[in-house]
Design a protein around this ligand. Structure first.
Ligand code: GLC
Length: 749
């Protein structure tokens, strides 16, 4: 690539060039090479400082001041071409002003790239991603991401730092709430769906926003579940567990990737050339750009692999990080590193090209504000359709964990219903962490939902009972009394919105504060009871599971929380969610996940010398894939269409599912396989397919899954992806534990 040239009077030349781009834009798709030449020419005009400016992102200072514009310092950096991107800048007016300065008042008129964390909705807040994963409905995830993009783009945002696709096996880790749980297959489908939703029909569409799959990689593998902590895993675990959702996001066309804070076995991701160049670009052919996480480049010094900021910048840039989020190292250190020969200008040029390519693909050179206006910004949000999508998503994200004696659904004609708990009438907690432009005023609380569902002769009494976190037990006796006077008691307990998400790991995952005591007090009354959980991670709820007849896992469901919870409580909706994560019985079992290895001494009740605890079963409280319904489903006739398959064959697995209850319902039938003998140890089960099936009472359906040999591959001793001859067990059922079993043989051709 050519070196940058000294400045020349450029105004008319640049506008001619940009004008040429506008002309070619209309044929962008067909003439990528022409775009390449033009961007190359623009690159040729840039000084080294301007190039490094394009690789620098700073956080907008006005984020807390509604409608604020760029500060004087921010404006100066934009005019000098020393910053090419902002995060947290949104709003039609601030965006238009910022782009005006960039395009009209800088030397090269390059538009800004503006990113925000639009994680589970912009203003219409949807269920948190872990909740949405409980729907096991990738199409739904695509639709909610699409709505989020429509609303965010109306506010001038054209890049989201989402989907978060980190696999999480440790519920102590607060960011488990932001992803799709513990399974690579479910996580991959949800990752791809969200990328499609955000990016829509194509990035030139003004309602599309650039997706950013994060945080590459294995951030969820933090030791102790402690955020930002070290990750030490094998390459096989990295490739088989943590990387698949990122690969799926890349294959779905994700335009950007975010490198993570953590190290992987000694190498921080943001300085990890193996990850960011060899795998991401070499193996996966990723052609977007990589942005670091917030000051992750600067943190290479704290990691102890960079002696100073300059070293950190050189390491990150040479590893494959294109855009520096917030640490200002690329802007302040890279020019001198290039001049001293420590960093090749070609490396800088490649990174600049990737960023400029994204701006071009978004149409920013052609239309820097992409049609955002104050009017569109207000009319595009919280529309009837968006709220309906949010209600559907919330309903499908609810998991029925227990329903003894069919306590649920409740009659809406009960004389008195007691609603107790610190989350029952919270307007803000249901939004969950990372709720972007979401507002508490938009939320239907659980109490409001219940009140809107019961009949006029029913009386709903409410008591907060205790704080989410706190030790006051002053109201527990009142709670017991209130429950005793009611025909049913609904307890709404769990975590605050800020107890999960970033920097929110917990060393204890019980119900916080004195909520368990509140629960016990209410249950002592002996009234039929329902526990509604509102939380961002699996909790150790052993006492509740043993004493409360009905339990609903609702996570954080967003603006439609109360309406969806009430729909399920009173039977307007039959719950169909399934857990995307394992619920351990105790902290001591962690990490506990379904796709574990068998070991040489697998658990045996009778045998002492096997892999188990002296004081606890190995089994979880609730397993991955688990979720009940108000009806029941029966599986039968599990068959394979052929006992043997070769490399060019596929096997069709069929099963009959019958609704054996009295209510219509939907079941998510799940298919797992086990490679019985292989050259390396294999998990006891791996999810390979699932299907949501709707059945009327008494109705049966036969569903079929087709498995190809490519879905049976794994990384062998030489880290080659292979499928080996031998038997594969097949399990099909309504969760990862119960189900029918059969097998087939894979034979080498
Ligand atoms: C945060 C998070 C990342 C987020 C970024 C910008 O530290 O780790 O997920 O996208 O900074 O807010």
């Amino acid at each position: 690539m050519k070196k940058s040239k000294p400045l020349a009077p450029l105004g008319s030349l640049i506008w001619t060039l940009l004008g040429a781009m506008v002309v070619s834009l209309s044929s962008l798709r067909a003439q990528d090479n022409s775009f390449g030449r033009q961007i190359d020419s623009l690159l040729h005009l840039m000084t080294l400082e301007e190039k490094c400016g394009q690789l620098s992102q700073i956080s907008w200072q006005g984020v807390s001041k509604l409608g604020a514009l760029l500060t004087d310092e921010e404006q100066a950096l934009v005019r000098q071409g020393l910053v090419g991107s902002f995060l947290n800048l949104s709003g039609a007016v601030p965006v238009a002003e910022a782009q005006r300065i960039a395009v009209k008042e800088s030397r090269l008129h390059i538009p800004l790239l503006l990113g925000v964390d639009v994680i589970h909705g912009f203003r219409t807040i949807f269920p948190v991603p872990l909740a949405e994963a409980s729907s096991w409905d990738p199409d739904l995830a695509e639709r909610t991401a699409r709505v989020a993009a429509i609303e965010a783009s109306a506010a001038g945002i054209h890049w989201t730092f989402a989907p978060m696709v980190d696999i999480a096996r440790d519920p102590r880790w607060g960011r488990i709430v932001e992803g799709s749980g513990e399974d690579p297959y479910l996580g991959s489908l949800m990752a791809a769906a969200r990328v499609r939703g955000f990016q829509g029909k194509g990035l030139l569409d003004s309602t599309s926003i650039l997706a950013c799959a994060k945080h590459l990689a294995a951030y969820g593998g933090a030791e102790g579940g402690r955020d930002y902590n070290s990750v030490d895993i094998s390459e096989r675990t990295l490739r088989e567990i943590y990387l698949p959702p990122f690969k799926a996001a890349v294959e779905a066309g994700a335009g950007s990737i975010m490198s993570s804070f953590n190290e992987i076995s000694g190498v921080p991701s943001s300085a990890n050339r193996f990850l960011l160049t060899d795998v991401l670009r070499g193996e996966w052919r990723f052609n977007g750009f990589v942005v670091s996480d917030w000051t992750a480049i600067e943190e290479l010094q704290a990691h102890g692999i960079a002696a100073n900021r300059a070293d950190a910048g050189a390491l990150a840039l040479n590893a494959g990080v294109d855009l520096d989020m917030v640490s200002r190292i690329y802007q302040q250190e890279i020019p001198n590193l290039v001049r001293s020969g420590r960093v090749k200008e070609e490396v800088v040029n490649e990174a600049v090209l990737r960023v400029l390519r994204a701006k071009f693909k978004l149409g920013l050179f052609f239309h820097p504000t992409r049609g955002c206006t104050p009017e569109r910004e207000t009319t595009a949000v919280l529309t009837k359709d968006h709220l309906q999508t949010a209600l559907e998503a919330a309903r499908k994200s609810i998991v029925l964990l227990k329903n003894d004696r069919s306590v649920l659904p409740l009659s809406r004609h009960l004389k008195t219903i007691a609603v107790i708990g610190p989350l029952a009438n919270s307007k803000s907690d249901p939004l969950g962490p990372w709720h972007c432009a979401g507002k508490p005023q938009d939320v239907a609380t659980v109490l409001e939902g219940i009140r809107s569902h019961v009949s006029s002769e029913s009386r709903v009494v409410y008591l907060k009972g205790c704080e989410i976190e706190g030790d006051s037990v002053a109201r527990l006796s009142e709670a017991k009394k209130l429950a005793g006077q009611a025909d049913a008691v609904i307890l709404v307990l769990g975590e605050g919105e800020n107890m999960s998400g970033e920097a929110s790991s917990r060393s204890n995952i019980d119900l916080p504060g004195v909520q368990n005591e509140l629960l016990k007090a209410a249950i002592e009354a002996g009234t039929p009871a329902v526990l509604v959980l509102m939380n961002g991670r699996p909790l150790t709820i052993g006492w509740a599971a043993g004493h409360v007849p009905a339990i609903l896992e609702t996570w954080f469901l967003g603006v439609q929380t109360g309406n969806a919870v009430a729909d399920v409580l009173f039977g307007d909706v039959n719950p169909s969610g399934k857990l995307p994560v394992t619920f351990p019985r105790s902290l001591g079992q962690i990490p506990l996940y379904y796709n574990h290895k068998n070991t040489g001494r697998p658990f045996s009740e009778k045998e002492k010398y096997t892999s188990k605890y002296f004081d606890s079963p190995n089994t979880p409280l609730f397993p991955f894939g688990y979720g009940l319904s108000y009806t029941t489903f029966f599986y039968s006739n599990l068959t394979v269409n052929r006992p043997k398959i070769g490399m060019n064959d596929s096997v069709v697995v069929s099963v009959e599912v019958k609704n054996t209850g009295k209510l219509a319902g939907e079941e998510v039938a799940q298919l797992y396989v086990r490679d019985v003998v292989a050259s390396v140890t294999r998990p006891v089960k791996e999810l390979k397919a699932f299907r949501r099936v709707a059945l009327q009472p008494g109705e049966s359906k036969t569903i079929s899954f087709t498995l190809n040999p490519t879905e049976l591959t794994f990384y062998d001793l030489h880290m080659k992806r292979v499928v080996e001859p031998g038997f594969f067990k097949v399990y099909v059922g309504g969760n990862s534990v119960d189900g029918l079993e059969t097998d087939f043989e894979f034979v080498a051709n």
